[in-house]
Design a binder for this molecule. Sequence first.
Ligand code: ZN
Length: 338
Amino acid sequence: MNRSVCYYSHMLQRSNLALFFRSVFSILILSCIGTGCGDRSDALSGSNATASPNANGKITVLATTRMVADVVANVVGEHANVITLIPAGADPHLWTPTRSDILQLLEADALFMNGLGLEGRAGEAFSRVSNSGRPVCVITGGIPEKDLLQDPSNTAHPDPHVWMDPQLWGTTAHQVAEALATLDPAHAAEFKANATKYAAEANALVEAITADLANISPSNRVLVSSHDAFGYFGKRFNFEVRGIQGISTESEASVGDIERLVAEISERKIPTVFVETTVSDRTIRAVVDGCAARDHTIKIGDALYSDSMGAPGTPGGTWVGMIKHNARSIGNGLGGNS
Ligand SMILES: [Zn+2]
C-alpha cells in the first residue's frame, strides 16, 4: 500500500476530525498519486505548483520541525524564506497548530513535513493546506521501506525519527530538491547541487561519529533514554536502544515498563542513562531511583536532542550540531573517544 495513504489514514483516525474531512482528504490523496515531490506519491500536490515570489523576490515555504527546516534551508539557499512551525524545544508528537500557524499555512507557497506520523495531531490543518491547492511534501517519502524501522506499538506507520541516522536523513535533501524544483524551476540545478552537498556532509558525519564511538565496549552499547527516538541512531552506530516511553510521547510508561528496565540496567551494569530536551525527565529519574535501590549507581548523561534541535545560534541549533552533540554526550556517558 502506498505509504502516504497509510500515513494520512492513520493521522486522521487519531485526530478528532469529522467524517467530512476524512472523505475530502481521501479524495485529495487519490487525486495526487504520481504527482508532486517524490517518486511514490509521498506528497500531496495542488494544481498551482509553481509559486509566485513575494515582495522581497522570494517564495515562502514552511517546515514543521526545525530538522526539516534545516534540510529545506540548506537546499533552497537564498531563494526562499523558510519558516519553522514547531518552536525549538517543543514536542512534535504533541504539537497542534495555533490559529496563526494555520493562517501561515494557508498563505505559504508550500509545506515540508517529516511525515511517518510524527506530526500526528496536525491533520486538520494540513488537510486545509492541501485543500487550498498548495504542495505538501513529506520529505521522508523517498526513503526505501526496507530502511525504515517499524514501531512495535503501532503498525499504522514506521518509526518517524529518521533524522537520527545521518545517512538516511541526508537522502531527504534530494526529495526536497525535487519539490523545490517544481516550485521554482529556474533554480532547479542549484537545488540539486545543494542536496548533493548536504547528503555528502551527512555521510561524512556518519564516518566521524562511527570513529568517535568505536571505543565504547560492546557491553556498554546500550542507549537508554526517555522515549524511543534513537532507533535509527542505534541501528546506524550499533547501539541497543531502550526508550522508556514508546515511539510517540503520547504513550505513557507503565510501572511494569520501568521495573523491567531497572532490572535490565542493573543486571547489565549500564553506566549512564540520558534525558531528552523535549521530554520530561520524570521517568528517567524513576529509573535512576530504581537502580539505586538495587545498589547500581547510574549517572544521568548530558541531555540529548531528540525531537527538537537546540536554540538557534547555539551549537545544537543546526541538525549537524544536534547530532554531534548527541554523539559527544553518548560517548562521554558510555565511554567513547568523543
Ligand atoms: Zn519522538
